[in-house]
Design a protein around this ligand. Structure first.
Ligand SMILES: *Cc1c(COP(=O)(O)O)cnc(C)c1O
Length: 403
C-alpha cells in the first residue's frame, strides 16, 4: 500500500521560497559542476565579520555564555541599540522598546504576526524586498503593491500612494536605501507618507538595514524626523547583517512602541525563545565598538558602483538609476525583451533573461519579477572589481548577440 500523501497547510501554497536564495543555490550547483559562474545574485557583503566582533563571539563561548537569554535579547545589547539610535539619529528609546531577533527578516516576521491578520492590507512599494509580501501573507493579511517609477528614481509619489490606500490599510513598509534599487525616499515623499499615516493611524515599518551604506555626504531624510508623533506608530527595523558583514550570525533588532514590542516578544517566546546567545555578544561588540567598519566597507563599494553604472549605461538600450545606498544596481533591460537567443529561445521577461544569462554567459543575477518589477534585473556589486569587469563584459556580449 502506498503511504498517504500528507496535505500541507493552505498558507504554504500561497507563498514561494525566497527567489534570491534559489538563484544562489542554482549558481552554486553549476559552480560545483566546474562552470565558471560569476555570482551577482548574493545579497550580502563580500567582507568578513571584523575580528573584534568574532573575538567577542569566541569569548562568549569560552566563558560559557551558551544558555537561553531573555526573550527580547540581553539587556546590554538592547541598551547598545538604544545608544546607537540616540547617537546616530537623536531618537530616544528605552530597552523595553527594543526586540532583538534572529536576523532582521525575523524581526519583520514577528512584527507582521503581532500586527496584521485577515482583512488587513499593508502597502508595499515596488520594487520591494522579496520577503515583504510573503511575510505579510503568512500573517493572513494582504500586501497591496504600490508601483514606483524608475523615471522619478523610484521615489514614492504621494498621489499614487493615495490610489492604493483604503479603509483596510493598516500600514506601510518603507525601505530606504532600498534593496533592490538602492534608491532613497525624498523628504517630500516622507512628509506625505507621515501625514497619511498620522491621519489614518497606519503603522509605519521602516526597514533601515542599509542606513550605514549610503553614498554622498548628506544625512538621509527619515520618517521619524518628519514628525515626532510618529514614534508612537513606527517600527524601526535594523540589524548587523549588512552593516558589520554578519549575515550568518542572525542578529536583527526592532525599535518601536512598548506594547507592540511586548506583543512581538510574546510571539518570539513561543517560537525561537531568543536569538543565539553567542551571536548577541558578537553584535554587542559590533554596536559598542568602533563604527569605522561600515564606513570602510561603504568606501570600498564606491568605485565598484561607479564602474557598474558606467558599464551598464554604455550598453545600448539599458537604463539604470544611480543607487544612493546599499550594494545593488537594478538596470532596466526590457529593451531586450521580444528578442531571441542564438539558440532560438524568445526572451519575454526577467526570468527568461536571467536564465539565459546564467546558462549562456554564466552570470548569476536575480530577475526583477522577484522584486515586483519585471523589466529589471538585480546585480549585487558586493564582489571584486575583477569579477564586476568580467561580468559586465559577458553581459554586454550576451545582450549583443540577441536577435
Ligand atoms: C538583508 C536585508 C534584511 C535583513 O537581513 P537579515 O540577515 O535577516 O538581518 C532586511 N531587509 C532588507 C531589505 C535586506 O536586504
Amino acid at each position: 500500500m502506498d503511504a498517504p500523501i500528507i496535505a500541507l497547510a493552505a498558507r504554504v501554497k500561497e507563498i514561494k521560497a525566497s527567489p534570491t536564495l534559489a538563484v544562489d543555490a542554482k549558481a552554486k550547483a553549476l559552480k560545483a559542476e566546474g562552470a565558471d559562474v560569476l555570482n551577482f545574485s548574493v545579497g550580502e557583503p563580500d567582507f568578513d565579520t571584523p575580528p573584534h566582533v568574532c573575538e567577542a563571539g569566541k569569548a562568549a563561548i569560552d566563558q560559557g555564555f551558551t544558555r537561553y537569554t531573555p526573550v527580547p535579547g540581553i539587556l546590554p545589547l538592547r541598551e547598545a541599540v538604544c545608544e546607537r539610535l540616540a547617537t546616530d539619529h537623536g531618537w530616544q528609546y528605552r530597552p523595553d522598546q527594543i526586540q532583538v531577533s534572529c536576523g532582521g527578516k525575523h524581526g519583520l516576521y514577528n512584527m507582521a504576526q503581532a500586527l496584521f491578520g485577515p482583512g488587513d492590507e499593508v502597502l508595499v512599494p515596488a520594487p520591494y524586498w522579496v520577503s515583504y509580501p510573503p511575510i505579510v501573507q503568512l500573517a493572513g493579511a494582504t500586501p497591496v503593491i504600490v508601483p514606483l517609477d524608475e523615471k522619478s528614481d523610484f521615489d514614492l509619489d504621494p498621489a499614487v500612494l493615495q490610489q492604493y490606500a483604503g479603509p483596510k490599510t493598516r500600514g506601510i513598509i518603507l525601505n530606504s536605501p532600498s534593496n533592490p534599487t538602492g534608491s532613497v525616499l525624498s523628504a517630500g515623499a516622507l512628509e506625505a507618507i507621515a501625514q497619511m499615516a498620522l491621519a489614518q493611524g497606519w503603522v509605519v515599518i521602516s526597514d533601515d538595514i542599509y542606513d550605514t551604506i549610503v553614498y554622498g555626504a548628506a544625512k538621509l531624510p527619515h520618517i521619524l524626523d518628519v514628525d515626532p508623533r510618529l514614534q508612537q506608530q513606527t517600527l524601526i527595523l535594523n540589524g548587523v547583517s549588512k552593516s558589520f558583514a554578519m549575515t550568518g550570525w542572525r542578529i536583527g533588532y526592532t525599535a518601536g512602541p512598548k506594547h507592540i514590542i511586548a506583543a512581538m516578544n510574546k510571539i518570539q517566546s513561543q517560537s525561537t525563545s531568543n536569538p543565539s546567545s553567542v551571536a548577541q555578544k558578537a553584535a554587542l561588540a559590533a554596536l559598542t565598538g568602533s563604527q569605522d567598519f561600515p564606513i570602510t566597507m561603504r568606501d570600498a563599494f564606491v568605485p565598484r558602483l561607479d564602474f557598474m553604472i558606467k558599464a551598464l549605461t554604455a550598453i545600448p538600450g539599458v537604463t539604470c538609476v544611480r543607487p544612493r545606498g546599499a550594494f545593488y544596481v537594478f538596470p532596466n533591460l526590457s529593451a531586450y525583451y521580444g528578442r531571441e537567443t542564438p539558440g532560438g529561445k524568445e526572451i519575454n521577461d526577467s526570468v527568461a533573461l536571467a536564465d539565459y544569462l546564467l546558462e549562456e554567459a554564466l552570470l548569476a543575477t536575480v530577475p526583477g519579477v522577484a522584486f515586483g518589477a519585471d523589466q529589471f534585473i538585480r546585480f549585487s556589486f558586493a564582489t571584486s572589481m575583477a569579477i564586476l569587469a568580467e561580468g559586465m563584459r559577458r553581459l554586454a556580449q550576451a545582450l549583443a548577440v540577441l536577435k
